[in-house]
Design a protein around this ligand. Structure first.
Ligand code: ATP
Ligand code: MG
Length: 395
């Protein structure tokens, strides 16, 4: 009795025009994530099937649970598509369960099969009733729901279901750059963006010696944790020290954060151009701190014309924390290393900054050449969920 993991795509099915691209991307992602296992994968328009070795099942399930684009999956028994085989196999499938009521539900995708869905359910239900004295049919609240899918060559029987992560396969949307700070919010923002299919790079602004190498390692660990949901993530590390020091030397203290964030966005836009990225993603949340009031966001956002996506912008902190715990970034995020934003926080940052003042303040030093240098000196690392396989200063 052969078994397969039968995968249902869920949301993909609404994307009729792009279906092949979505399915192909999901197929590549599944193949890649399971490359160390002895498996065979087949796909068609609305299902994917993975043949596996029994010993690997739990590990494979753990991996599948984190692949976006999978709505639900089942461990199904494969049967040749003919009614005698189905009758035989349904008995061995149900022999694994103890139940007193059941229902057989059939989906007939192969319309050339001579029996209709209801007839198939009735025949297979009859086989079970005849074999097991103590059970009866309950179509409304069965203890055991036995699902049968009739397809051309093979059919599938299953009594279990597992929910996947949903969303779209990573890679169905182009590259975007996540501002990853080492706090709680930005890893969650990255996770949510990947769930929409975005191919993610991360950018970390550091201010050594005001921030430590431990803070950098924390961001590397967070990137690793996000890489579980994709193949690898490029992490770009920007030396922000000279710019930050100039800001604090020259600009009004209450405008320092506004200007610092305008500088970050300028660098982000330049890095996006270089890396063919289509959007900036960050962990800003409306009203969370002075720089995240809508007035602040307006003044800060003014320096860039590419989309800035803020996946957690409308979530409460507690909701963000729940997600951070779910994706296992929370414990790392709360490690107490200072970030460049926290090191330089002024006593009274402006809550409703004025664009004209921000512009005037930042003209007090020559930031263009400093931004050029920051871009030229950015470090680039490739992070996977297993190892750091590259550390280079390529650009
Ligand atoms: P988080 O918001 O991730 O919990 P935080 O609260 O320290 O961290 P904020 O000051 O709220 O960060 O900044 C808002 C967003 O700006 C962050 O979510 C992140 O996307 C981005 N950001 C802040 N500091 C940095 C940094 N040093 N490097 C990269 N991105 C940053
Ligand atoms: Mg925050």
């Amino acid at each position: 009795m052969d078994k397969v993991i039968l995968i249902k795509y869920g949301e993909l099915t609404t994307k009729k025009g792009n279906r092949n691209f979505f399915v192909q991307t999901l197929y590549e992602n599944v193949k890649n994530k399971l490359k160390n296992f002895d498996i065979k994968i087949k796909k068609d328009r609305d299902r994917m099937y993975i043949q596996f070795a029994d010993r690997d099942l739990e590990q494979i399930k753990n991996i599948i649970d984190k692949i976006f684009g999978i709505h639900m999956y089942h461990i199904a028994t494969i049967v040749e598509t003919n009614i005698e085989e189905l009758k035989k196999e349904i008995l061995s499938v149900v022999s694994d369960f103890s139940f007193s009521t059941f229902k057989v539900e059939t989906k007939r995708s192969d319309k050339t099969f001579p029996l209709k869905s209801l007839e198939i359910s009735r025949i297979l239900g009859g086989v079970i009733l005849k074999k097991l004295d103590s059970v009866s049919v309950d179509v409304h609240h069965p203890e055991l729901l036995i699902q049968v899918e009739i397809r051309e060559k093979h059919s599938y029987i299953y009594c279990n279901r597992y929910f996947g992560s949903g969303g779209y396969p990573v890679g169905t949307q182009p590259r975007s750059l996540l501002m990853l700070s080492g706090g709680i919010d930005s890893p969650v923002a990255g996770y949510l963006a990947m769930k929409r299919g975005v191919q993610l790079d991360a950018v970390y602004f550091e201010a050594i010696p005001h921030t430590s190498l431990e803070a950098r390692n924390k961001v590397i660990t967070l990137t690793k944790k996000l890489a579980v949901y994709t193949d690898h993530i490029y992490l770009h590390i920007v030396n922000f020290t000279p710019i930050q020091e100039e800001i604090y030397k020259n600009c009004k203290p209450e405008y320092c954060i506004t200007i610092m964030r305008r500088m970050m966005y300028r660098i982000m836009e330049r890095l996006a151009e270089r890396n063919h990225a289509y959007a900036i993603i960050n962990g800003e949340s409306i009203g969370q701190v002075a720089s995240q009031t809508l007035v602040s966001m307006n003044v800060i956002n003014e320096v860039t014309s590419i989309p800035v996506i803020r996946p957690v912008s409308c979530l409460d902190k507690l909701e963000i924390i729940d997600l951070a715990k779910k994706i296992d970034t929370y414990e790392t995020s709360i490690l107490p290393y200072e970030d460049c934003c926290t090191v330089f926080v002024p006593k009274h940052p402006v809550i409703h900054p004025k664009l004209s003042i921000a512009k005037k303040e930042e003209e007090k030093f020559n930031f263009d050449s400093m931004i050029d240098t920051a871009i030229e000196e950015t470090l680039h690392m490739t992070i996977t969920d297993e190892v750091l396989d590259e550390f280079s200063k390529l650009l």
